[in-house]
Design a protein around this ligand. Sequence first.
Ligand SMILES: NC(=O)c1ccc[n+]([C@@H]2O[C@H](COP(=O)([O-])OP(=O)(O)OC[C@H]3O[C@@H](n4cnc5c(N)ncnc54)[C@H](O)[C@@H]3O)[C@@H](O)[C@H]2O)c1
Length: 271
Amino acid sequence: MTRFTGKSIIVTGAGSGIGRAAALLFAAEGGHVIAADLTEGAEETARLIGEAGGTAKAIRIDAGSEPDVIAAVDLAVAEYGGLDIVFANAGISGGMANIFDTTPELMAEVLRVNLIGPFLAIKHGAPRIAEHARETGRGGAIVLTASVAGIRSGAGSPAYSASKAGVINLAAVAAQQLSGSNVRVNALCPGLTETGMTQGVFDYAREAGKIGKVGRLNPLRRGAQPEELARAALFLASDDASYVNGQALTVDGGLSSSHPVTRQEYGLTAV
Ligand SMILES: NC(=O)c1ccc[n+]([C@@H]2O[C@H](COP(=O)([O-])OP(=O)(O)OC[C@H]3O[C@@H](n4cnc5c(N)ncnc54)[C@H](O)[C@@H]3O)[C@@H](O)[C@H]2O)c1
């Protein structure tokens, strides 16, 4: 038995980056995955899982659309007999516009995908997870992808940062409102990670021979790979985190552990 043997798991944004890495890892540990994405990446992830001997179905959804989220939940229940876990991870950056260049339409679209998406995942996923938890006697979990951008400024546009701050709060509110249901809700706050969303940054730095500068502000002095975030998401979704609820887990190489000061170099850190 592995941590997710036989568990029914929806991953949104499963077509790329952190979502794909998590879908593959869930399936490798026996999870039955619904790979949900706006793009054909959903089918590709399901194919990769199948090739590796795992179980997955793909569905094209807009994670910020209520009927689409309901369809993903219904598919999980129909295919796998219930729902245990949702990793509400789909997100968009919306670009780097400052406040004065941000239109209300851009603000609304970023909030729709990044914040209303996780809200819908809770609204429609939690009742089914709670129902299944009552039947099986096993608790369930929802993990929402927020960002270091949601903790303080400096890591995203106003729209993106506000949306991710909302996600952190949503996890706390939902954990409280699901009291007694045996469904935990937590947020994951990634730092800079090499995915579709940030590929341009990494590619540009490599071409310019400056990859060593990417992520240099954190004490690990590098960006993350998607699997490093996916493993943290799996922790929050698993029974290893059975008493972790309503929290935001920051996985950023230590970036947010300091105020912005000139780092002192001591002993080994000077190498
Ligand atoms: N990459 C980073 O540095 C970083 C840092 C902090 C937070 N995040 C967050 O991590 C999450 C995953 O992003 P990623 O970095 O893996 O990027 P990514 O672009 O590689 O993956 C995002 C996936 O979400 C899908 N998607 C976008 N809008 C969607 C919608 N409306 N409905 C369904 N699917 C949709 C995309 O098609 C894509 O497959 C996002 O919420 C992002 O905001 C990323």
